[in-house]
Design a protein around this ligand. Structure first.
Ligand SMILES: [Zn+2]
Length: 221
């Protein structure tokens, strides 16, 4: 349902640069390690399945690290990688990880109902330079928000590796309210991850040591 509605907008198409009829996308995807803990394929190697085979497509979390593929629905593993065969680690490309890693902007988008569209949030996050966007359709009242958890976890991992990270959100209500928002602010602060709201009363970029975190970190009475 979700994918259908996104597809019909026709906005997810991206131009493929082709070399001999084969899309070059996989090389860009493979310039990154796969962030999926169940896969963890290093740069230069295709993604792998739980049973140790070459996956038929790359993990979403991995290809979304490539800005031009941030909105792609899937990136197939090319024939040259022999999808379905036993997975073996391939040599890491020399240029892997050579892209600028000084500051990473991760995006988070949420719609509270299945019918509500995420498109405008996704667009504004991409425009704001978020290179990887986590999105989910889940009620404000839901206690678990897996994509938000994944975004915070990745932000923390990246920060721990020395990269500065900002979590970019359209508006603070996307993160929840009250005690939830307070707990999240505490979590981000503990991980030294910055926060940026593109609109709303907290619009702007916030340092983890700054006043917004203090305000967010005060649980409501
Ligand atoms: Zn993978």
């Amino acid at each position: 349902m979700f994918h259908e509605s996104l597809q019909t907008t026709g906005r997810l198409k991206h131009t493929h640069e082709t070399v001999g009829g084969v899309s070059d996308d996989f090389k860009r995807v493979e310039s990154h390690d796969c962030p999926m803990s169940t896969c963890g394929a290093p740069a230069g190697s295709p993604c792998r399945t739980g049973s140790g085979k070459v996956a038929v497509q790359y993990h979403t979390a991995r290809f979304r690290l490539v800005p031009s593929l941030a909105k792609a629905l899937n990136v197939p593993t090319p024939a040259v990688r022999r999808p379905g065969s036993a997975w073996v680690e391939l040599p890491r490309p020399v240029n892997a990880g050579a892209e600028p890693t000084g500051h990473v902007r991760l995006g988070y988008a949420r719609a509270s109902t299945a019918r509500q569209s995420l498109d405008s949030q996704l667009d504004s996050l991409a425009e704001a330079g978020a290179t990887r966007i986590f999105a989910e359709k889940i009620s404000t009242r839901a206690t678990k928000r897996p994509e938000l958890d994944a975004a915070v976890a990745l932000a923390g991992e990246l920060r721990a590796s020395g990269v500065h990270v900002t979590l970019v959100v359209h508006e603070h209500k996307r993160l929840g309210r009250g005690i939830e928002l307070a707990a999240l602010a505490e979590d981000l602060k503990a991980r030294d991850v910055g926060l940026e709201f593109l609109t709303g009363e907290l619009k702007g970029s916030h340092d983890p040591s700054g006043v917004v975190f203090t305000v967010l970190g005060v649980p409501p009475r």
